[in-house]
Write a protein that binds this ligand. Structure first.
Ligand code: SF4
Length: 114
């Protein structure tokens, strides 16, 4: 159960306020990130931080057209265009550990708000 070598997308709660707000390098995301790009609109990238996911399935219940659970009971993005933007946002907001991150076209984080 070693986390060695993993790069968390989301800083832990005790250090979050001290971390500099660095833009995410989408080319070097760790393997346990699920990310897909929407065709248009304000929300362009949907990311599930699978290290943070606790399998609560809220995102799947709220936005089943976008999120599904895998065999490890971790969420992933199936179809980024599978729901409207309001539903995608509600799905992200429903996550109890804020493991769903939403970005605009420039890579600015829309949710969770920083
Ligand atoms: S709501 Fe969050 S914790 Fe629950 S399955 Fe979705 S991403 Fe994982």
């Amino acid at each position: 159960m070693s986390d060695a070598g993993k790069t968390p997308l989301r800083p832990s709660a005790d250090q979050g306020s001290k971390e500099p707000k660095m833009p995410i390098n989408f080319d070097t995301l760790p393997e346990d990130i699920s990310m897909k790009i929407r065709a248009g609109g304000k929300i362009r990238r949907i990311v599930v931080d699978r290290e943070a996911c606790i399998g609560a399935q809220s995102c799947v219940v709220v936005a089943p057209g976008v999120f599904q659970m895998d065999d490890d009971n971790l969420a992933y993005v199936t179809d980024p265009n599978g729901e409207d933007e309001d539903t995608v946002m509600l799905g992200a907001q429903s996550c109890p550990v804020l493991a769903v991150h939403l970005y605009d076209e420039e890579g600015n984080q829309i949710f969770p708000e920083e």
